[in-house]
Design a protein around this ligand. Structure first.
Ligand SMILES: Cc1ncc(COP(=O)(O)O)c(C=O)c1O
Length: 431
């Protein structure tokens, strides 16, 4: 293609073309906008059937490799990787709901998801009802309307560490022939795989534990592949009716994988939150060590939570790994290998003590992120939950002295010595 007769500019863009295939053991990073077609018919076939790779927004081998990996970790049938956790939630919800539809959601969810439902999806004509007592299946059942298209909750919720009774809420969803969508970001598939307990769809902010190192954003939607057109078709006309121009329905082309196929073919590429292949690689590489990290982080978190619970300066610790947590028994049923590493605790000294704490820690990093190998701290009352009323914050377990910790993989002795140094003056003030 290029030799010394071709011009400099031509050589610059063509000389590296078509390197011979090598068997890279690590996932190769296909950092390309698109893929060369073999011939005329290959292009037509790709556009006609979606087979193979044409353009990275609709498919890329690096991204696909990571999708297979994350689907396998969540015991799912298929997965779609997107650019952020927020994009994963949007994609999942727009895969099941449209204008005139309704979602029932737990109150105890990430504030960005709540804002999405209240501000953005509401403007598109998708209503939401929020359930406070998520442990009561009847509360979920009673909120379901004829136009409800999904139930939504988090497996472990911030800030109170509420645990979702996945099997009980899945049964309610099943009776209504709608999916339960579970945001499994805080738990990770190492601790619980919601699809094994009856949930239909799992979403993640892959920016957190899956990638693990706080260097990239990403999100994933994993589906159980058990869409039942006969039973649930009336709740998903966009999956069972022919498409525009008489295209056979998604369900007739993809069977049980209709939901995730629709997310892949229509929602994710059209709304356009495609991940970079480089970020996909980093998520896939991170996910390889997920179990090691989450096991260690959970162990560290339990030790830190126990230590905090024994301090006079600390009023309460909302960690589900502690026997005193109201959902501890439920956690024993669902979580295996640890109880996660994100939790809140409340200082008796209120806002002033919380301010001193975040400004004094050294090993802990003060930032709005979770699931990192590094330990992190944030004051939710003045950051993520600042726009809520104090009454709402109280309901969510966010008080003036409440701090959120995300425990990392450091040596736990160093975490505790950082906390000891910081809480020493607070202890003296309380005494
Ligand atoms: C539980 C949960 N879901 C979704 C998101 C959104 O993810 P991202 O920040 O990757 O868009 C977050 C972010 O903090 C989260 O904590």
């Amino acid at each position: 293609m290029t030799d010394d007769t071709t011009g400099f500019a031509t050589r610059a863009v063509h000389a590296a073309r078509n390197q011979g295939a090598a068997s890279s053991r690590a996932t190769p990073i296909y950092l390309t906008a698109g893929f060369e077609f073999d011939d005329f018919d290959h292009a037509a076939n790709h556009f006609g059937t979606g087979a193979g790779f044409g353009y990275t927004r609709t498919g890329n081998p690096t991204i696909h490799a990571v999708e297979r990996q994350l689907a396998a970790l969540e015991s799912g049938a298929d997965a779609v990787l997107v650019a952020s956790g927020q994009a994963a939630v949007v994609t999942a919800l727009l895969t099941v709901a449209g204008a005139g539809d309704h979602i029932v959601s737990s109150t105890h969810i990430y504030e960005g998801t709540r804002g999405l439902l209240l501000d953005n999806l509401a403007r598109l004509g998708i209503d939401a009802t929020f359930i406070d007592d998520i442990g009561d299946p009847e509360a979920w059942r009673q909120a379901i309307r004829p136009n409800t298209r999904a139930l939504f909750a988090e497996s472990i919720a911030n800030a109170r560490n509420d645990i979702l009774d996945i099997a009980a809420v899945s049964a309610v969803a099943d009776d209504a022939a709608i999916p339960l969508i579970v945001d499994n970001t805080l738990a990770t598939p190492f601790l619980v795989r919601p699809l094994e307990h009856g949930a239909a769809i799992v979403v993640h902010s892959a920016s957190k534990f899956l990638a693990g190192h706080g260097s990239v954003l990403g999100g994933v939607i994993v589906d159980d592949g058990r869409f039942d057109a006969e039973k649930a078709g009336h709740n998903a006309p966009h999956l069972v009716l022919p498409g525009r121009g008489g295209l056979p329905s998604v369900a007739s082309r993809h069977g049980g994988k209709a939901r995730i196929a629709y997310a892949r073919e229509s929602v994710a590429p059209r709304f356009g939150a495609s991940p970079s292949p480089l970020n996909a690689f980093l998520i896939g590489q991170g996910a390889e060590t997920l179990g090691l990290r989450v096991e260690r982080q959970s162990r560290n978190a339990l030790e830190v939570a126990r230590w905090l619970a024994a301090q006079d300066a600390v009023e309460s610790v909302d960690y589900v790994g502690l026997e005193t947590h109201p959902d501890h028994a439920l956690a024993q049923k669902y979580l295996h290998g640890g109880h996660g590493s994100i939790f809140t605790f409340t200082l008796r000294g209120g806002l002033d003590a919380a301010r001193d704490f975040v400004e004094s820690v050294d090993v802990f990093t003060h930032m709005t992120h979770i699931g990192d190998v590094r330990s992190l701290v944030l004051h939710p009352g003045t950051t993520s939950h600042a726009h809520r009323t104090q009454e709402e914050r109280d309901l969510l377990g966010v008080r003036p002295g409440t701090l959120r910790l995300s425990i990392g993989i450091e040596d736990v002795a160093d975490l505790i010595s950082d906390l000891t140094r910081v809480l020493e003056p607070a202890r003296e003030a309380v005494a």
